[in-house]
Design a protein around this ligand. Structure first.
Ligand SMILES: Cc1ncc(COP(=O)(O)O)c(C=O)c1O
Length: 378
């Protein structure tokens, strides 16, 4: 028997090693400059990142979580306010709301694309509702038509959580450019994966950009004079320089993810588990381009654990994003939503399983994933 084919969920080494010389040169440039906080290196990355996502302003920050928190601070969200957000998302979306003192109001999701259900959101609007956070989950744009209509009709500010979806489009707009502010993450597993924690806030609004930049440095404007309380939310210039190297390759990473997803979809569409409805494939909705940060299957017959064990036995990585919807998290047990049922997202949490789709997968690895899924004991 030959060597087993290994397919990790993600392989950062295969993406970063080919860039080693360019990355070392970027590091040397920052070392020689001795500019380790803010400065030209960060400004250059921000300009290029803004251009890449089609926004007027991009502001580099310390993480995607801080991008959300700082955005909410910029928008003036605080105690007494209610903020609508999906329950089926990464914790940071709701964690950031709670940290401002506002109340996360959890909304159910759409079966078709894992995104916030604007009709359900509308039912939950009260006179305390100030904002809505659609999350572009797994690399796919949320259903923005409904969200934009609701925000406009009820005068809500909109923060897009684009942490997983840099480069995804909705009509002719990229994610992060449709709301008042957009929040991005450069966590290493993201489509533009950094070298530690990092994030970005985007906006077309000059005044919001200015306020965000002030709050990023403790609210000091000018330095040491504080009209508002901010925090230290800066992205390091070293990180900006390293991310700048990868930004050159970003279109290529997206194209490869799209090609891998297309191959998964084509191969798996022929398998019996899909034809007979036990496995449900993710889809790209018309008019929205997917960036495939995750390729998320749904196992509809209760045998997800068996499928995950089968993948593990065959040396294929997988992960459950996310096993517990946020309205059922213990830290939110004091909220009325803890006793409620959000049926779509609860079902999703019991069915989802994400499989490898990273850009550097080989043909052999793609084949191995498709064959292993086709032979799974479902
Ligand atoms: C939807 C979503 N929002 C926010 C974040 C937070 O980003 P970070 O890990 O960079 O703080 C993440 C990261 O996983 C995410 O997936």
């Amino acid at each position: 028997m030959g060597e087993p084919i290994n397919v990790p969920l993600l392989n950062l080494c295969s993406q970063n090693q080919p860039l080693a010389e360019e990355l070392k040169a970027a590091f040397a440039r920052v070392l020689d400059s001795s500019q380790f906080i803010l400065g030209a290196e960060l400004a250059r990355f921000e300009e290029r990142a803004a251009e890449s996502v089609g926004a007027q302003h991009a502001i580099g920050v310390s993480s995607g979580t801080d991008a959300l928190l700082l955005s909410l601070m910029t928008l003036g969200i605080g105690p007494g306010d209610e903020v609508l957000c999906p329950s089926f998302t990464f914790f940071a979306t709701a964690g950031a709301i709670a940290r401002t003192g506002a109340i996360p109001v959890f909304v159910d999701s759409l079966d078709a694309d894992f995104s916030i259900d604007a009709t359900d959101a509308k039912r939950r609007v009260t006179d305390k509702t100030k904002a809505i956070i659609p999350v572009h989950l797994f690399g796919h744009a949320a259903d923005m038509d409904g969200v934009q209509r609701l925000a406009k009709a009820r005068g809500l500010v909109m923060l897009e959580d684009a942490a997983q979806s840099m480069g995804a489009t909705h009509g002719d707009r990229q994610v992060g450019t449709m709301g008042d502010l957009g929040a991005f993450s450069f966590f290493p597993s993201k489509n533009l994966g950094g070298f530690g924690d990092g994030g970005m806030i985007t906006t077309d609004d000059d005044a919001l950009a200015k306020r965000t930049r002030i709050l990023r440095v403790h609210g000091g404007a000018p330095k040491y004079y504080h009209k508002v309380v901010g925090g230290n939310f800066r992205m390091d210039p070293l990180h900006a320089a390293l991310l700048g190297v990868k930004l050159d390759h970003f279109p290529d990473y997206l194209a490869k993810r799209r090609a891998n997803a297309a191959q998964h979809l084509e191969r798996l569409a022929q398998c019996e588990h899909v034809a007979e409805g036990r496995l449900v494939l993710p889809s790209e909705i018309d008019g929205r381009s997917h960036t495939w940060n995750q390729f998320t299957l749904r196992v509809s017959n209760g045998r997800r654990d068996a499928l995950q064990a089968h993948l593990t036995e065959n040396h294929i990585g997988s992960a459950i994003y996310y096993p517990v919807p946020l309205h059922l998290q213990e830290c939110f047990a004091h909220l009325p939503s803890f006793r409620e049922s959000l049926p779509v997202c609860e079902k999703m949490a019991g069915e989802v399983l994400s499989i490898p789709v990273y850009p550097e997968m080989s043909e052999e690895q793609l084949d191995h994933v498709a064959d292993t899924l086709a032979n799974a004991p479902l």
